[in-house]
Design a binder for this molecule. Sequence first.
Ligand code: GLA
Ligand code: ZN
Length: 680
Amino acid sequence: MKKARQFPPIIARFPHFLHGGDYNPDQWIKWKDEIWKEDMRLAKLAGINSLSVGIFAWAALEPREGEYQFDWLDEVMGMMADNGMIAVLATPSGARPAWMSQKYPEVLRVNASRQRSLHGERHNHCLSSPVYREKVKAMNTRLAGRYKEHPALGVWHVSNEYGGECHCPLCQEKFRSWLKQRYKTLDALNEAWWTAFWSHTYTDWSQIESPSPIGELNTHGLNLDWKRFTTEQFVDFYLHETAPLKEITPAVPCTTNLMGTYPGIDYFRLAEVLDLVSWDNYPQWTGGPKDIEIGIRTSFAHDLTRSLKGKPFMLMESSPSATNWRPVAKLHRPNVHMLQSMQAVAHGSDTVQYFQFRKSRGASEKFHGSVVDHEGTENTRVFRDVAAVGERLKTMDAVIGTGTPSAVAVIYDWHVRWALEDVKGFLQKNTRYQEAVIDHYRAFWQLGIPVDIIDQSIIGQSIAGQSRGLEGYDLVIAPMLYLLRPGFAEAVDGFVKNGGVFAATYGTGWAGESDLVFRGGVPGPLRKCLGVWCEEIDALYPEDRNSILWEGRRYEAFDFCELIHAESAEVLGTYGSDFYAGRPALTVNRCGSGRAFFIAARTGQDFLGDFYARLSRECGVKPALENPLPSGVTAQVRSGGGSEHIFVMNFTPEKKTVDPGAPGKKELEPYETWIIERKV
Ligand code: GLA
Ligand code: ZN
């Protein structure tokens, strides 16, 4: 097992798990004497030591323009301090008050069809609007000034779930300035976007418009740059929001809550400006065999979130029971709440937080799971489930700040995802990039091998003075790495020459960063390192099947089969049928002291399981437990500070027997989590 790093606790003075979550006392101001006091009593009973406050409280904090009311929040913060709790204090920019939309319509977003929205909902502000920015700055400056010395203040929760995009005239202007910075000349932009096609050449910057269903959707370079720009809008807005917080409370960490694999923002880029990453996790548990797959996808999202900064993160929200916005709001089965909470910790979270503490009485979330139900007491099953998590977390201080010893990295890159969503050809809208990445990830999950999820920006990055890059890994996997960013192929080359093992698949190395296809053959700048040339790619109908013959076994191939030539690579497996039967389908190229594998077709889990089990063995990559795990059970590790915690988790509704060697076999109950502590 690799050595993991030990990190400081999120809040230096509080080396314990934060357990708590969204709390909206502003909905109960009228009933505060009865409700707030009771909330504190119930929170303590549930082992809750932290609450996130003020997330959607703008109308309560500034009921009329320039008229601020902090008394109620003073009282809430005071109550928390009196009870030894940590406040995760929010800036309220996630939802603005009605007076603002009415007086300043420029704060309202414009959609891609160029319609301005009416007031309502949330997360729908124009991020370019000078008025909105000014109001946010005024609010955040007051919040920071007022609570800077407050004993409860622990973390800043900046806004809420940044997302969406705005196409208003102010944003169009900003987009054009951003493009001018990026390309310097219109000529360079026209070339990058290949605008000679269909006479799309721009002759003046003012002709450029963001992608729109009533305008341009087929200039792929434009689409990509619009997505990159939208990410930069959020980066810029976050920096704007946090400027007063950083100035007034420099020691308080800032984060904003992310949403796993949300498509609209490149989270690797956004994470660069966060002090730490946090996210909101709402798996759709079924109570049946599908929970294995849900467990895998949830693990993937946790690993992705942790890897954004390569250090422990915050589980900012999760439901203690049903999730109201899912089509079926099924209850958590016994043990599932504990499993979901421990799963986050197993993958690197130093908090377990919920949405929400007390259930609201009206509007759209009145039936969302919460710690305290409308009934109002501690005598509920869900409350007991939450309290049990609180009890367990109290015994787990040794896990705080421990790292994840991943020797394997799987690449998941938003830019690749965006480019593949646009592809006309192959399987068009059905390329299933994210699914392909998870297919590779799934093999390691079942083996109980810890994995980092990285993107191409990892080259040249450093966190807390330590460089990241590919060098820290033994095995780097690139499923469908269609778009190669500048410098990445060279980094892979160096990694392999120095002894690393790299595995890429069909769909890799087709285009550069503005989605212009490489001349000189696919996989472009990776051709030498992989030792293959892909002459054509065959897209199959859903019912079509081919196969890969490898080591005397036949594995199904479907969706994509690349017709490759092994140039310097050695052929390990071949196609089983069709006009390309017998041609290479699996290759390895030796390069320096490392190896580069190429998997030319999409395969099922049987192949990926066998292939990665073997590759891991060959590379000396060790699973968390020596003995194989039963299906649907994974083991994940956190290590640091001289000990190692292995989280053995059963994602099935059945009993499963696990044999970890020492300390002996154990039969896990349905959905049980077993934590094994070892000295290292
Ligand atoms: C999101 C939001 C919360 C709440 C929950 C409900 O994560 O951040 O405010 O709406 O969903 O699941
Ligand atoms: Zn706008």
